[in-house]
Design a protein around this ligand. Sequence first.
Ligand code: F6P
Length: 203
Amino acid sequence: PSHIYFSRHGESQFNVLGRIGGDAHLSPQGVLYSQKLPFKLKELIQEHTPPNMEQNVTVWISTLKRTAETAANLPFPKMMWKQLDEINAGVCDGLTYEEIEERFPEEFNDRDGDKYSYRYKSGESYADLVERLEPVIMELERHNDPQHVIFIIGHQAVLRCIYAYFLNYSHAELPYLKIPLHTVIRLTPKAYGCVEERFKINV
Ligand code: F6P
């Protein structure tokens, strides 16, 4: 594609509670984001779409409710990918970081020591996630229609992996990259590397 857009889902009820994983609905702020998103996205796409050309956009979402709810007002075809689901936190799914530290102090420490390789008990590591996302990246690379825009509505850990791939971040840096809520990131692939722009939407 000529441009790759991506954003985390709007704020979820679990984000508000500081709980990881799960399959929560959007919070009221998250719903506001889903309402403002179509206007911002159309405005951004217009910047690089020739006049009278149709906006040729596909929205990729995960199988989790918060991404579908964020995409609900976007008037474009959607494609659901299981591979785009958030990192599986296994036994820690649904807990806060404080609860994890309390219940699994050693695990908590191990994750701190090597966040990229640390695999949640009965769950995944960032390294696992990078492997799981390979087909998604391949599909992104395969799309070479310059008029086609792909907009991915994803999750924090998943988007860190995709972002790190296109901007060449190391495995050590990847799990700490900042992908804030309510921000659209636009990547424009160039001959060497990608140009990145960020657009915060105030809700
Ligand atoms: O808190 C939101 C979230 O997407 C969790 O579902 C996920 O476990 C976490 O972020 C990933 O971030 P980190 O790897 O920094 O814990």
